[in-house]
Design a protein around this ligand. Structure first.
Ligand code: PGA
Length: 255
């Protein structure tokens, strides 16, 4: 299974900064061969990024969306609005949304349903907080988040599903998880998907690692057969560091 590496810019970059980044990334597109590369700008920069990336192999993702198609939902963005820009992927349940913006498992579930309805590939984020990890609850937390998000969907419902394991304590802290932590999480994801939908679905789901990942440490994750890529925050903000990370991942994965 190929690597999928996504840039999550969070609340960074104006439309013109996004345009400059995407232009440079596109200019260097050949270097990215063999890796599925995805850029997730803020909503306000989607149009600029879409225009530059149109016709390239670099895909466009959103960082969030609402679950309804339209209506009286002030401040929200619908899946249809995203599709209008050629968005193909959407991050759902990022820990900053869960823990800063108060998004709960029920909201995340509805967003997954909406992604499915509209053919958007979800990057479902899961991850434990530091105190949960300290109390030995990592597995239970991941399982609860996964069950709340996925249970009840039919086997084969998702043409593509990406699960990003992002321990909350590793995000933006410079303190990445160990490859062994990521491997344990990926094994848990596949075991649960197998229980829900069978072994074919379990081998089709792709698992990313995210949390202080950079060109220097990605190799340890990408070399694992269980890890299929990364969700990258800080190291995705500059084209050079993002491309270095992609190249290091590809080399470690041997693809
Ligand atoms: P980070 O963010 O790489 O800056 O830790 C990752 C993420 O939150 O997706």
């Amino acid at each position: 299974m190929g690597l999928i590496i996504a840039a999550n810019w969070k609340m960074h970059k104006s439309a013109s900064e996004a345009e400059t980044f995407c232009r440079e990334l596109r200019r260097r597109e050949k270097e990215l061969q063999g890796v599925e590369v995805l850029v997730c700008p803020p909503f306000t920069a989607l149009a600029a990024a879409a225009e530059v990336l149109a016709g390239s192999s670099i895909k466009l993702g959103a960082q969030n969306m609402f679950w309804e198609d339209k209506g009286a939902f002030t401040g929200e963005i619908s899946p249809l609005m995203l599709k209008d820009f050629g968005v193909s992927h959407v991050i759902i349940g990022h820990s900053e949304r869960r823990h800063i913006l108060g998004e709960d498992d029920a909201a995340i579930r509805r967003k997954l349903e909406a992604a499915l309805r509209h053919g958007l590939t979800p990057l479902l984020c899961i991850g434990e907080k530091e105190e949960e990890r300290d109390q030995g609850e990592t597995g239970a937390v991941l399982e609860r988040q996964l069950r709340a998000a996925l249970e009840g969907f039919e086997p084969g419902a998702f043409k593509e599903l990406v699960v990003a394991y992002e321990p909350v304590w590793a995000i933006g802290t410079g303190r990445a998880a160990s490859p062994a932590d990521a491997d344990n999480a990926a094994v848990l994801v596949r075991r649960l998907v197998e229980q829900l939908w069978g072994s074919e679905a379990a081998s089709a789901v792709r698992v990313q690692y995210g949390g202080s990942v950079n060109a220097g440490n990605i190799g340890g994750f990408a070399a694992l057969p269980s890890i299929d890529g990364a969700l990258v925050g800080g190291a995705s903000l500059e084209v050079d560091s993002f491309i270095s990370l992609i190249l290091a991942a590809r080399e470690a994965a041997g693809c």
